[in-house]
Design a protein. Structure first.
Length: 355
């Protein structure tokens, strides 16, 4: 009886965290809009938002209004969308591969997307037939396919996640693939880009939200919401995949089609986000682990919690990137890596000790 009551209280606490997250996300969006290189009072921020969203007629400085509405708010919304999308990608990859270290950055998907995007914009691959996002998607898909083939060639099996050896092999293949595509990106930049293009692209590759505007919001928000809906639709399949492909098949899951849909979703979400803000690492690694600790491993709770927490995390990282060095904006990937790299080491050490 006592055990049942304890379990019920734990479940209730986990659901409360989910209810608390949307207000936190709203607060993060307001903070991302209010805090930046230029000091603007919260009163001015609220007046500008009231003017734009509610049709109010408060008197505010036009420059402040432009900074808040056209620059900071759109930037915060794109950061939230990217954080949510990358966190969801990490949740899916960790379930499919049964490896806590799997995320789009370490698996080479982000690097492949970067190569595709740079190839389209700088090298002119496709002769204008492909958009930036399409090039990034093609690069992401190619990168993941190459990683799987490399893992199979190394004797690690497929991405079924049937053994610890297969899971470890595909992570190592992902790291190798990531380095390969990073090298290809550098080669394309060195061969085809001007000095000015090279500087801007290298800064973008580290994660840069400075150039996003409302046009990017129109793309980022639907893609992240679509990724969330796909993951929620397959939440029970993700639960079963954590026990392996054989278990999923025995439970009546159409393993290949479902896995294909989920991997395509990961590639699409990652590609779109990378095409807008560059390769931002470790979001898909840190957030799912933090949310498992808070809400548990059931994907009914883990998927929405990770999406919302990823959004808050990337908004917070963007705020830090703007205020850590006075008068200078750091690439957001620097902030996420400073947080993610130690977390990666802790997860790896914990996994080795668990064996």
């Amino acid at each position: 009886m006592e055990t049942a009551l304890t379990l019920q209280r734990t479940r209730s606490l986990r659901w409360r965290w989910l209810w608390l997250t949307p207000p936190v996300l709203f607060a993060a969006l307001i903070a991302g809009t209010a805090i930046g290189e230029t000091s603007i009072s919260m009163d001015t921020v609220l007046k500008v938002l009231a003017n734009q969203l509610l049709g109010a007629n408060y008197a505010v400085d036009r420059i402040d209004a432009g900074i808040i509405w056209n620059y900071r708010l759109s930037r915060a919304i794109v950061a939230a969308s990217c954080g949510a999308g990358l966190a969801l990608a990490g949740v899916v990859l960790q379930a499919l591969l049964r490896n806590p270290l799997a995320d789009p950055y370490l698996m080479g998907i982000s690097a492949g997307a970067s190569t595709g995007a740079v190839g389209v914009t700088v090298a002119g691959i496709g002769a204008g037939a492909f958009s930036l996002s399409a090039g990034a998607f093609a690069g992401a898909g190619l990168a993941f396919g190459l990683v799987v083939l490399l893992a199979q060639a190394a004797g690690g099996g497929s991405c079924n996640g049937r053994s610890a050896q297969a899971s470890g092999a595909i992570i190592l293949a992902g790291i190798a693939g990531s380095q390969l595509f990073n090298a290809l990106t550098a080669f394309i930049i060195a061969r085809s880009a001007s000095a000015e293009q090279a500087r801007s692209i290298m800064f973008w590759l580290l994660g840069n939200l400075s150039g996003v505007r409302w046009d990017d919001v129109v793309l980022a928000v639907p893609v992240s919401l679509a990724g969330l809906l796909v993951c929620l639709w397959h939440r029970r399949a993700l639960d079963v995949f954590t026990f392996g492909a054989d278990s999923a098949a025995s439970m009546g899951i159409a393993v290949r089609p479902v896995r294909g849909i989920l991997i395509a979703c990961v590639a699409l979400v990652t590609a779109v986000m990378v095409s807008m803000v560059g390769a931002i690492g470790f979001v898909g690694l840190v957030i799912p682990h933090a949310m498992r600790f808070i809400v548990g491993s059931r994907h009914t709770r883990l998927v929405p919690a990770s999406a919302l927490a990823g959004a808050v995390f990337l908004i917070g990282s963007d705020i830090l990137s703007r205020i850590l060095v006075p008068g200078q904006v750091l690439p957001i990937g620097v902030i996420t890596s400073l947080i993610g790299a130690p977390t990666f080491a802790l997860i790896m050490i914990r996994g080795m000790r668990a064996r």
